[in-house]
Design a protein around this ligand. Sequence first.
Ligand code: ARG
Length: 637
Amino acid sequence: MNLRLLFFFVCLAVLLTLAELKPKKNKKHEHRFDDDHGPHGPHGHHGHRGRHVRHKHDRQRKPSKIDFEEIIQDIFFSILERISDDDDDEDQGNSDWVAELQPLHGQCNPNPCFNNGECEPKGRGKFKCDCPRNFNGRRCEKGRKICKRGTCGRGECVLTSTPPYFECKCKLPFLPPDCRTFAVCNPNPCKNGGTCVRDGNNFECQCSPGYTGNFCQIGPEDCYVDDGESYRGNVSETEKGRECLYWNSHFILDNGVDPLNTYDEEDGLGPHNFCRNLDGDKMPWCFFRRGQKLLWDYCDVSECPEPTDESPTDVEPTDPTDPTTDAPGLQPRPVEPTAAPQPSTTEPTVPEEPTQASQSTAAPTTPDSTTPAPQLFSTCGMAQPKKAITRIISGLKVNPGAIPWQVSLQERPKNSNQAFSHICGGVLIDSCWVLTAGHCVEQNKDLQVVMGGLSLSAEEPTEQTLRVEEAIRHEGYRETSQAAYNDIGLLRLSGSNGVCANETQFVKAACLPDAQLPDGKECTISGWGATEQSDLGSNHLLHANVLLISQDKCSEKGIYGSVLDISMFCAGHLQGGVDSCQGDSGGPLTCKVNDASTVYGLVSWGDQCGRKNKPGVYTRVTEFVDWINSKIKSSTA
Ligand code: ARG
């Protein structure tokens, strides 16, 4: 071939390739993912860090092209020819293991049926679980998958409360009901007078002045005031342009988060995908999906300009069920207080003023006539958690007030002025008494306990700090290279007349157990200990659910063999994963007994953490109730 001609073709090819690449550069969804707020996102749940101030005039939202290719390449939205009817998914393995662990015979008390199944005794050691809609399995442990993969073609499957219990929210230009066919710009998807501009299968909404958003759904007055708790606007994209998931998306539920069961319309939640601030964060946020991961991020929503003499303009959505409704009527909303979310109205309200948070070195102030008499710890095991939503996925953050008996045991060299540091967990069982692991009881150290807080590093107004006056380790405590026996201790806190800690919404006692609980029961562990992400422990209190494992099962050769004795029991998940770890010791394993949280175990030891067939081992508190009562009695006598 003629060389000059070849050169010409090469140049042409290069130009064509460049032209081909260019539109991709403008792709809306080309993002850096480095600081998304995933499970381990940088922002504390309640970390009100530097306020993020952005006003509407500096919003840089450009109309963006809906990229057809991107939708059809997302395997999450793939169109499957045959939707499998198989309800059993990966969880199946788990429930077999759980069933094996629970040799329950015919007892309906405690109820062996999961997911609110009703138990019916069937005589001769048998029972039957009558499962609620959408659950099945012998113990209603299996959830029927309503939103199976492929159900909604190129769209998001959301759950509804009426048959058929789901709905497809199609990625435009795909069309309802099942998001398998498409029509570009027809009907016009652009709201508020926006024009739909077609480019092949892609389209773009060109909005009337003042309107923004992919579908021009965001009006000129759409902004939030303060922390955006009262925001009811239509923004449904994250700061980095990710589309928000519907709050009733099955994908959120599949990840163990159930926003609609935690919040309701009053909180601004509903079957929509608008950004909200439900839980006292610094501004509206939403969940989004990246691949198969559930993540969250703050939204691309503007803070309202400082009010001049007009009232602030938090906005109402046009129609809560449809983000693209064509009705610009935006109503100013009254500004609501911006404190952390209030407890739900069904729960008794407890005064929330910070209670005496005595400083580390000072003894707690004794009540005098000007301070109201502290409430005594007359009840136990009843938490009054604030409404808050879990935003990390494995190892869940604790909501304020959800585990009010959890304490952090801290030490420093005796009589020094050094800062105290967290060594173990503990459990408040009375105003002046904390239960912990025997191996956490240090005699030659200054000890203090901090309770009512969630963060180890921040001083929280709900926190109470008390010095430990006396640290008692069980006389039978013994440690070998493999195990710790009778691993229990009691800490007497400083105070007077039997008043040490004050009972508040955030500081409460757990109950002591009075009976053995059935194997397989689901209980809760919590602590600031090491996590998959950090050997140093977590700054925010975390919790997880574990199952009680029978002594026989845990004494099998492949598990802990013969090292276990009656002073301990195992709990966890034999397949590995969820477990307590270093730094959690002494903290609670509580189980609900008639709705009250009972300290059934104390975190004690384990062969590393989260390993298959090496569950956590807990001090069996039922064995020590008499010991606990006699120590308390002799000390107050
Ligand atoms: N001994 C540990 C501590 O001092 C607790 C270890 C618990 N281990 C486990 N795999 N559950 O914090």
